[in-house]
Every structure is written in C-alpha cells, then in structure tokens.
Ligand binder design. Structure first.
Ligand SMILES: C[S@@+](CC[C@H](N)C(=O)[O-])C[C@H]1O[C@@H](n2cnc3c(N)ncnc32)[C@H](O)[C@@H]1O
Length: 361
C-alpha cells in the first residue's frame, strides 16, 4: 500500500472522499486542497480511471526536512518508475529562493540511477513534485499525466466551458446519482450532460485515455486491461432522461460531437430551445443544472439581469418540485433568479470565484 494524495479543485474535497472510498482506496481522509488515502497499484489505476472530481493523483515518495532531500531522493527506486530513456519534469512548489538547487539534487539522483533519463519542462512522461511548506519537504511522483479533467472527449469547446471535473463535482454536490432525470437548459458544449451520462452509465470517466502510472516498469503487465475490464463490468444503460438545450445552434453542434466522442450520445437528448421555453421531460421530477452566461464585458449586465430573472420565472412556472443547481459568478445575478432559501457553495471556475446555488423549486 502506498500513500497517495488526490489533488482536488477547491470545494470538491467532500465528493472526492466518497468517490475514493467507493473506488477501493484505504484510509481516505479530507485535507486542505485534496484527499489523502492509500492504495496498491490496482487502486492507483482504478482511482485514475474512475475519479470524476480529482485533478491528479500523487504518490508520496517521502517527507523530511530540507537537509534530508539528498537522502530522500536516494531512497527512491527511480528505475521502477521510469523507462531507461524516458522524459522527466521536476516541479518545485514553495522552494523560496532555492528551487534550482532543490531540483538539481533530485535530478542528480535520478541520473545516477537512470543515466539516459531526459529532463524536459513540459509534456514529460513522468513528473516529480517537490513541495516545501513550513520547513517540511514532500517528494511525490505524479501517477496521472495530463490532469484528470482531460477525459479525451472535449476537443472543441463553446464559450466559457466548465472543466469536466468541476461539472461532475457540481452534479454530485446536487445529489445526482444517475438515477434521476437531468436537464441542462443552457448546455453549451455539453459538459454537464456528458458527465451526467457517464455517472448514469456507471462508466469510468478515464476510460478513453491512459495514465502515467501505466508506463512505469514496476506496474504489473496486464494490470491496465484487468482494471479496465473490472470497471466495464459495472456499466449499465442510463435509467432516466438526460436532456440538454441551448439557443445557440453552433454550441449544440459542439455538444453533439463531444457526446459522440465520449460515446454517450445515445444516452442524451439535445434540442434548440430558448431557456424561456425550457420544459421538463415526461416522468418523475429530477435535477436541473445550469451554468448561465456570467458576462465579462461591460454593458452585458442589464441583458443578463433580464435573462436570469426570466430563467427564475421559468423555473417556478415549469419545474415545480425539481432540485436546481446553478453556478453563478455574480451574486446580483444569482439573486435575480429569486430562488427560495438556496444553499450557497463556494467554488472556482477557471480561477474565477463562483457560487453554486442549490435549491428546491
Ligand atoms: C457559460 S455557457 C455554458 C457552458 C457549458 N456549461 C459548457 O460546459 O460548455 C452559457 C450557455 O448559455 C447559452 N444561452 C444564453 N442565453 C440563452 C437563452 N436565452 N436560452 C438558451 N441558452 C442560452 C449560451 O448559448 C451558452 O452556450
């Protein structure tokens, strides 16, 4: 069992704890900025494949004081994590005035063990992380590669798209478990719909891509295929409708192509509808989720005010009894929705502070 740290977007630590436990990690606990847990090589791969909310998973190699770095780096069997001529990046966080010196010490030890390793600054097969915080140095290895929100399906985006792990986290915070009807009446490139479909299908969100840990010489051969097969055996068909609409035909085209690449198009219904005419699908009430335009340019405020007011009115007239989850960046626009006693959860979307408003209509 290895010690792991799942880096998580702020506000999604809670759902990530639940996910990590479900995916078989041990000793799972929430900490600042993420989730600590333990797992064997199969669990590391299962977490990478199956986590919807995490950003990346770091394997803890050791911890100590600054003066211990040489010993810490020497205690790692770098050959078990790197191909003989693989590419490596060393990232230093909080190194003060000495990041170059810290990086050099690790680089020397890696080269002693893996003499043909090539050091690069981006797109490395393997990233090593050094973090110095309050005198404690942590040495970690990235198990993920490109961050987990890069599922592989979103090759095109609309205006202001949401990161896939934030979209999935919002669905989980709203209580979506894949069994309820789901509507996104301003679906843009379709991120909520596609993430909802993978939840409904119980499909591992990472099933379209590979992960850094799969290239480690120490990862047992065939483990990737075995864990993928285990996860595929859990899949089912979507039990309830997942409906997206937007007034912009171009955005709907992007949503359709993204859903096709994600192999979930058959589980989604798309339509060109203004939010003022959005309607629930037949059947039991469900969850409505939306990320309305938040307006970056001056002059948009008045137009957006009437969009949000109209959206709020449509919710009350057509979606009685539904749960709504609406991500807003501007509190005044959020207030224009006139939701009843919303629960407000602070999140960040692409660095912009936002609030998720959760309410019953
Ligand atoms: C911030 S984007 C949504 C992004 C989306 N969550 C994604 O991941 O791509 C807002 C969307 O609302 C749509 N929209 C704006 N006004 C609308 C209206 N009156 N009716 C329907 N859709 C509208 C825009 O076309 C845009 O696609």
């Amino acid at each position: 069992m290895r010690a792991l740290f799942i880096v998580t977007p702020p506000g999604l630590e809670g759902p990530c704890v639940h996910e990590a436990r479900t995916l078989g990690a041990d000793d799972v606990r929430e900490v600042v900025g993420g989730v600590e847990c333990r797992g064997d090589p199969a669990a590391i791969l299962r977490l990478n494949l199956g986590l919807r909310t995490g950003s990346r998973i770091l394997l803890r190699l050791g911890e100590g004081r600054l003066a211990d770095l040489g010993g810490l780096a020497a205690s790692v069997d770098w050959r078990s994590f790197m191909r003989p001529s693989g590419t490596v990046a060393i990232e230093v966080a909080g190194g003060g005035s000495r990041p170059g010196a810290l990086e050099r010490q690790v680089r020397e030890e890696v080269l002693r063990q893996v003499p043909a390793a090539r050091f690069v600054s981006a797109e490395a097969e393997q990233s090593v992380h050094l973090r110095l915080s309050q005198g404690t140095l942590t040495l970690s290895l990235d198990t993920t590669g490109p961050h987990l929100h890069m599922r592989g399906y979103r090759q095109e985006t609309g205006a202001a798209p949401l990161r896939e792990n934030l979209a999935a986290g919002i669905l989980l915070l709203a209580g979506y478990d894949g069994s309820q009807a789901l509507v996104d009446p301003m679906c843009g490139s379709g991120t909520f719909l596609i993430e909802a479909a993978t939840i409904a299908l119980r499909r591992a969100p990472g099933s379209l891509r590979t992960f850094a840990c799969e290239g480690w010489p120490s990862t047992p051969e065939g483990l990737g295929a075995q864990v993928r097969q285990e996860l595929r055996a859990l899949e089912r068909s979507a039990p309830a409708p997942i409906v997206g609409s937007d007034r912009n035909a171009g955005a709907l085209g992007v949503a359709r192509r993204n859903a096709t690449r994600a192999e979930v198009f058959d589980s989604i219904t798309l339509g060109r509808v203004d939010v003022a005419d959005a309607a629930p699908p037949p059947g039991p009430r469900g969850i409505l989720v939306a990320n309305p335009p938040y307006g970056k340019r001056l002059g948009e405020a008045r137009e957006l005010g009437s969009l949000y007011r109209g959206f709020g009115e449509r919710l009350r007239s057509a979606f009685g009894g539904w749960t709504v989850a609406i991500l807003v960046a501007d509190p005044a626009l959020g207030a224009a929705l006139r939701l009843r006693e919303p629960r407000a959860i602070p999140l960040r979307n692409g660095g912009i502070p936002c609030t998720l408003l959760l309410a019953e209509i």
